[in-house]
Design a protein around this ligand. Structure first.
Ligand code: SF4
Ligand code: F3S
Ligand code: FES
Length: 248
C-alpha cells in the first residue's frame, strides 16, 4: 500500500475548485477504486457516476491528468509513483456536480437522427441477413456510449456555439453503421450526415479515435469513408448531370 497525492475537482454548475487529497492506493487498483476510497474515507458526498467497473457501461468517463478516460479502466500503475493525479469532470458537457456531467446533448443528437428504416412492405423474418453484412458494421456496435470521443472533439470542446450543428463522432459511427445495413435503404445516411449532422465540421484530427476505449477506428473506418463518398457523389459527372436534369 502507498499513499498518493490527488487533486479532485469539487463543485457544481455555479463553479468549483481542485481540492488536494492524500489517498491510499493498493497494487492493481484503478483510478475509480481510489475515488471510491476517497468517498468512503474523506468525502462521502463526492459525486461520481459509475456502474459496471468493467469498461462496458460507459458511465465512469472523466478526465485524468487532462486525458479523457474511463476511471475503471485506468490503472494507477499508468502513473509515476510521485505523480499527482488530477481528476476533473468531462469538459464538453455541463457539470451537474463534482465528476458528474449532464451528457444529454448526446441523447438529443441521437434522437434527432432518423431511425433505422427497413422497407415498409418487408414482413418480420422475411429477410435473411448475410454474415458479411453483420461483420461489416460489427466494429461500430462495440460502442459503449462513454462519450469520451464526443468530449474530446475540438469542434465542440470549448465551442458550445457549434453544438446545435454538430452531432459528433459517436453519431457519425452510428450513421456509418446504418449506412452499411442492407435494409436501411430509405435514408441516405451520408447526405444526412453532411446536411444535418455537421460531418463537414470534422477536419479529421482523429482525437476521437485516440480516446475510444473500444479502439473503434472512428475516423478511418466511419468518418473518412463517409466524407469521401459525399465528395465523390458531388463531383461525379453523372450525378451532377442527373441533378441538373431533375432540377428542370
Ligand atoms: Fe465511447 Fe468509442 Fe463509443 Fe465514442 S465511439 S462513445 S469513445 S465507445
Ligand atoms: Fe472531431 Fe474526430 Fe473529426 S475528433 S474533428 S470528429 S476526427
Ligand atoms: Fe462502467 Fe467504467 S464503470 S465503464
Amino acid at each position: 500500500m502507498t499513499v498518493r497525492q490527488f487533486k479532485v475537482w469539487r463543485g457544481d454548475a455555479a463553479g468549483g475548485q481542485l481540492n488536494d487529497y492524500k489517498v491510499e492506493v493498493n497494487e492493481g487498483e484503478v483510478v475509480l477504486d481510489v475515488i471510491h476510497r476517497l468517498q468512503a474515507t474523506q468525502e462521502p458526498d463526492l459525486a461520481c457516476r459509475w456502474n459496471c467497473k468493467a469498461g462496458k457501461c460507459g458511465s465512469c468517463s472523466m478526465e485524468i491528468n487532462g486525458m479523457p478516460r474511463l476511471g475503471c479502466m485506468t490503472r494507477m500503475s499508468t502513473f509515476e509513483e510521485d505523480e499527482t493525479i488530477t481528476v476533473t469532470p468531462l469538459r464538453t458537457f455541463p457539470v451537474i456536480r463534482d465528476l458528474v456531467t449532464d451528457v444529454s446533448f448526446n441523447y438529443q443528437k441521437a434522437q434527432e437522427m432518423p431511425a433505422f428504416a427497413p422497407p415498409a412492405d418487408l414482413a418480420p423474418g422475411e429477410y435473411r441477413m448475410q454474415q458479411i453484412d453483420v461483420e461489416r458494421s460489427q466494429e461500430f456496435r462495440k460502442c459503449i456510449e462513454c462519450f469520451l470521443c464526443q468530449n474530446t472533439c475540438h469542434v465542440v470542446r470549448d465551442h458550445d456555439e457549434n453544438k446545435p450543428a454538430f452531432s459528433g463522432p459517436r453519431l457519425f459511427i452510428r450513421a456509418a453503421e446504418l449506412d452499411m445495413h442492407p435494409l436501411d435503404a430509405r435514408h441516405d445516411r451520408k447526405e444526412i450526415a453532411q446536411q444535418s449532422q455537421g460531418l463537414g465540421y470534422c477536419n479529421i484530427t482523429k482525437c476521437c479515435t485516440e480516446v475510444c476505449p473500444e479502439h473503434i477506428k472512428i475516423t478511418d473506418n466511419a468518418i473518412i469513408p463517409m466524407k469521401e463518398r459525399v465528395v465523390d457523389r458531388r463531383y461525379d459527372p453523372l450525378v451532377v448531370f442527373g441533378r441538373k436534369i431533375l432540377r428542370r
